[in-house]
Design a protein around this ligand. Structure first.
Ligand code: FE
Ligand code: CA
Length: 487
């Protein structure tokens, strides 16, 4: 594609609140050439209506497609009604975008009885098609939570798994603003991803691959901070902002840091806390990759969230009066001791590499008294359902929260199974109630006043264009009773 249509990357909405949401698009008439529109900002008209045909317009305005932000548009719409469906559309220079849809959150005091959402992670483009997003379109969801690895940084070679040649113009490893923009552009050209963004509001947090594999704060994997890596991370954070419907304040001009931890409220039913396990964490106390747990990891001065975010999280849980308290974040919280390799052997990139910080996190959850804490996790390219405990070594320790780790949308494709490696470890970690390492898909969830149901949906294939989703298992968590039961 390319030519006159400036809306080749589709539209998106994000971070719904009771009175509005963020609306996003980016003008890209020639997707492989981000400079095609020149140096000037371009005024874009936007409209919000209560009907899909855009006849009953309730809000409208003009926003800038900002040249220094790759002509992206972020509109923070306010003044809408809570718990209501809306449609939106952009216009520029006589061209109109597709119509997108979102639903505002219920009012803070609403006595709402239903929240339906999906949570996803790890959508490496060359690994395959976004079958999971196509499957999702059949459901009525209030929100899609993306838990990170929205893009991957690697050079793209032959894309056997999508059955097409190399995507010419988009293949370079991402290292600077130009290449990170091209990578987001390539992903956004996918029609299944565009359809999901147009249908549902998203709340997106990043993990490592939006920048580079397994980095920690300003330290790249297996290395130490440097001006080069700081510049790389800054470029990646800017490109992320340019392509994701998040609030960052229109005034943000530099992206050395970008706050993505935030809360979304859904009436008296649920609060969703979105965390950032990457930007503020200490470099791995025991080194990268896998290792024996080292002494340093047990000391209190290592952090996953950073002191400010830890205090913010704890304060939010203390204040919460909602029935469900979702903590949406990147990395496996439950312990996974690699006992079949060696006792006391762990994967250091996840919370297992930061056991003292995890102990603070889980004791804060308990101390807050927040009702029904549930962790949504991404990253592992596997599915887990876990009982979280203050002491994972004690099988008699009470379950204090439940963790659902959602499978990858694509990463790994139809092959590269993790089951043969990790499944033999699971019996040594009895708080892990379910593990599957070989299939792709996503979780959807429905929260009500009495219980929450979690439906695991796998897909038949991500390497064939006709792959479909199917239900694998479902779990129920009852109000007031931590721990999931398969139904
Ligand atoms: Fe991943
Ligand atoms: Ca990851």
């Amino acid at each position: 594609r390319g030519g006159d249509d400036p809306f080749t990357l589709g539209v998106a909405s994000g971070d719904p609140q009771p009175d509005g949401a963020v609306l996003w698009t980016r003008l890209a008439p020639r997707p492989a050439d981000p400079t095609a529109l020149g140096d000037g900002d371009i005024p874009v008209q936007w409209r919000v209506a209560t009907d899909e045909r855009m006849q009953h317009v309730v809000a409208s305005g003009t926003a800038a497609a900002v040249a220094r932000l790759a002509h992206s548009v972020h509109v923070e719409v306010a003044g809408l009604r809570p718990g209501a469906d809306y449609f939106y559309q952009f216009h520029v220079r006589g061209e109109e975008s597709r119509v997108g849809h979102f639903r505002t959150a219920p009012a803070p005091q609403a006595d709402n009885d239903r929240l339906r959402l999906a949570f996803v992670t790890c959508q490496d483009w060359p690994s395959g098609y976004y079958t999971a997003y196509r499957d999702m379109l059949q459901f009525d969801l209030d929100l899609v939570l993306h838990l990170g690895d929205y893009t991957y940084e690697y050079a793209i070679g032959a894309t056997r798994r999508r059955g097409i040649g190399r995507p010419v113009g988009f293949t370079e490893e991402t290292v600077d603003l130009r290449t990170y923009r091209l990578r987001h552009t390539l992903y956004k050209l996918d029609e299944d991803l565009q359809a999901a963004h147009a249908r549902f509001p998203f709340a997106v947090i990043w993990d490592d691959h939006e920048v580079a594999n397994d980095y920690s704060g300003l330290a790249p994997e297996y290395s130490v901070p440097s001006p080069e890596f700081t510049a790389r991370r800054t470029a990646a954070y800017q490109a992320f902002y340019e392509h994701i419907p998040i609030r960052a304040g229109a005034a943000q001009t530099q992206f050395r840091d970008l706050r993505i931890h935030r809360r979304l409220g859904y009436g008296r039913l649920a609060q969703i806390t979105l965390l950032d396990d990457r930007q503020y964490r200490s470099d791995n106390p025991c080194g990268d990759g896998e290792s024996l747990r080292c002494e340093a990891a047990l000391k209190g001065d290592y952090t996953m969230l950073g002191a400010e975010q830890e205090a913010w999280l704890s304060d939010g849980l203390n204040r919460s009066r909602t029935r469900w308290n979702i903590v949406a974040q990147q990395l496996l919280v439950a312990q996974l001791e690699h006992t079949t390799i060696q006792p006391n052997w762990f994967w250091n990139d996840a919370w297992d590499g930061y056991p003292a910080a995890r102990a603070r996190l889980l004791s804060d959850v308990v101390r807050s008294g927040a009702r029904n804490p549930i962790f949504f996790t991404g990253d592992w390219h596997s599915t887990f359902v876990n009982d979280l405990k203050l002491d994972f070594k004690d099988p008699a320790a009470p379950t204090i929260a439940t963790e659902f780790v959602t499978p990858a949308v694509t990463t790994g494709g139809d092959g590269t199974p993790y089951g043969p490696y990790y499944a033999p470890m699971v019996p040594y970690n009895p708080h892990i109630k379910y593990y599957e390492g070989d299939r792709r898909g996503y979780f959807k969830a429905e929260l009500t006043r009495t219980h929450a149901q979690f439906d695991l949906r796998f897909v038949t294939s991500v390497e064939r264009p006709d792959g479909v989703g199917y239900p694998e298992h479902s779990w129920i968590v009852m109000d007031g009773r931590p721990g999931a039961s398969m139904v």
